[in-house]
Structure formats: C-alpha cells, structure tokens
Design a protein around this ligand. Sequence first.
Ligand code: AMP
Ligand code: MG
Length: 415
Amino acid sequence: MISVEEARERILAFFERLPPEEKPVLDAQGQVLAEDVTAGFDIPPLANTSMDGYAVRAADTSGASDSSPVRLRVIAELAAGYVSEAEVTAGTAVRIMTGAPIPRGADAVVPFEETDEPEGRGAGSFAKGAPYVGVLKTASAGANVRPAGEDVQRGDIVLRRGATLGPAQIGVLASLGQATVRVYRRPVVAVLSTGDELLEPGAPLAPGKIYDSNAYSISAMVTEAGGIPKRLGIATDTIEALTVKLRSGLDADMLITSAGVSRGDYDVVKDVLVKEGQIDFWTVRMRPGKPLAFGAFPSGDRRVPHLGLPGNPVSSMMTFELFGRPAIYKMLGKSGWERSAVRAVAEERIENYDSRRVYARAVLTQRDGQYYATLTGSQSSGALTSMALANALAVVPEDIAAIEPGDEVTCLLLA
Ligand code: AMP
Ligand code: MG
C-alpha cells in the first residue's frame, strides 16, 4: 500500500502546465494569467469629479457659509464623457457631473448639497439660464477630485503572471481596455466508464443494470476544477469495445476511466490497459477508494496520462478529488488545490478499522463559534447520496482506530 501523498506525488510528476492561449477576457474566468499585465495609461486617465456639483478654485470659496454664500459665475456645464475648453478663473465655476474631467483652473468640486442648488436643477439648467451659483461652504483644495492615476499608473504591473482571473481581475483587464488575454489553456479530460452493467441515463432500466453515474459526477468535478470534460461514453467489458473507446480519448490532455481496477475484477479492463499503454496498479492507503491505476498511453509523439479510478461511485469521486483535481490544477498553472481545513467536534463515532486514512462524508455546522461534524448516513462506497449530502470530509488519520463523539477531527471544506 502507498500513502495518499505518495500516490499524488507520483501522479503530479507526470503533469505540466499547458501552453498559453489568447482568448476573450470574459471567457478566461478561472484561468491563470500567462503574462504580467502592464498599464499603458493612467486610470483614471484624467483628474475627474467624484460628485455632481461645481468645479471651482478652492481659494474662491474661502469664508463661504449659509449666511454669506460666495457667488460664482457659471461659465459652462460638463457631463461625464466630455472635456471642456472652459478655464475656471477667479470668481467662476463649471457645473459638472460625476466622472467628468476637472476643467483647467479648478482644483475642487463643491457638491450641489453645499450650494444654493441643493437638489440640482437638472441637466440643462445652465443653458436655461442659471448663470450664478451660491457656494455655502468652504472647499479645500482637492475636495471631491479623483486625481489621474489614482487607481493605476501608467507602467504599473497591475496583474502578475500566475494570478487566477476572477470577476475583479476580469474587470481590471477591461478597465485597461484589453479585449483578450493570454492564459494557460484548460485541459481537456476524457472520461470513460467501463462495465457491462452500465446504462446511459435516459435509457429504460433493465434487470441487472445500473445507470452510469461516475461519468457524470467525474465530468462535473472536471468542470469544477477548471478542466473541459469530454465524455467517451460507456465501454462494455470486451477487448474490442474498450480499445476503441480508449483510443477515441487519446487527443485529450488526460484520460480518466472508472471501474475495472479492483483485484477481483473481470480482467479485460486491466488487460487492455496494460496492452495499450504503460500502467501501474496501486493500492492506496485510503477509504473509500483503495484501488487506483495510473499510467500513460502513447499517442503519436505524446504520452497521454491515464488515471484509472475505482468503480464504486463514492470511491471514484474521492480518488478524483485527491488525485485528479490536483492534476488539473497543475495543468492550469494554478496553485491551491488543497481544501481549506477546520477542526470540528465529532458528534458521532467515525471508525477506522484497518489503519487506512478515512475520508468520511460529513455535514459541518457552526454553533457558538465551534464547528460540529455529523456523518451523512451510510458510509458505504456505493452510497453516492452520502456525497450529495456532505459539505465536508472528516479525515481520520491512518494511526487512529476511531474518532469518538466529542473528539476533535480535521474536516476539509468541500464548498
Ligand atoms: P468495479 O470497479 O468494476 O469492480 O466496480 C465496482 C462497483 O462500482 C460495482 O458495483 C459497479 O457496478 C460500480 N460501478 C462501476 N462503474 C460505475 C459507474 N460508471 N457508475 C456507477 N457505478 C459504477
Ligand atoms: Mg466492473
């Protein structure tokens, strides 16, 4: 038996970050920047007002109050999106809207609320003939002025290579005027189910058959991890079917099969895996999900890595979680595949009868600043609903025979 860490190390050694691609900014969500992003201009490009009001010379407003307003002549009106030729000279002001560039000569903006136009008179009031405004408060220089380059200065490295693009990073790229971005390519992951018993959902149930759930849960996990699943369908347990299906997945960056790797298994799957590629069969010290196969298939001048997951639905998801997901992160150039962990008080007994590492499906709740963990019912590796109900995995270490109620246990957060 090998440890979870050893299995993961051996697997990850096989993967590399994929080459970059250029794509529309919004399509790159969740992907990793392949280059530093440098600002070609200041943001904002020009000093502008953060309030609707009047652009003034601060010195002109000195001593202004409700009882003795300072009267300024309004020489122009300026909306966001335009620049004004007008220059604010002593005794004058420009009526100005949020986002509009500060006109020459002005160094402060007096908001409407601090003038005798408290509600604003509405757009066009200047044109309609309101040539004077009364300022009711002293403005200090720079008041309500957002300086050019307040957010970003030309030449700044705004985002670094290796950053993952989330909503804020995508917004920043757009603010720099970028329509496309260079990111590391997403891996295409071929997913193949094997077994004579499997039916495609949608087909009528028949005696002895079950629906193929692994292809669905694993494909969804691939998507969640940032990969692109490519379902190859179901291969029956014959050499021909399996060979054809396997070969149809060799253009992918990674091939995942489920079932056919456990000891008592019908040998066809193993035979084909061994014949078509290079493959190791491992027993990993974990529950659920002990049997695991890993290898590579030659495809032209490439070798396509192959992860062979156990067939039991929970085992299959758990081994993907521990080995497939980190591999996808590595291909994406992304760090941080590790789940966040918290310590929780176990509310029931979690057994570990044969010294493996147990990943028990748990529901974590928080009361009075303390986490509590309960199990999601049957922990059978065939009980997929135990996964569906879980928001965490309670981890029992190899050398602990049981977590008793009231004991602390480490829980990995799934959401
Ligand atoms: P095996 O690894 O072939 O021995 O399969 C172990 C168990 O997982 C058996 O009960 C199979 O019926 C079940 N199983 C295998 N493949 C799938 C699948 N794609 N979806 C749901 N259950 C499966
Ligand atoms: Mg089978």
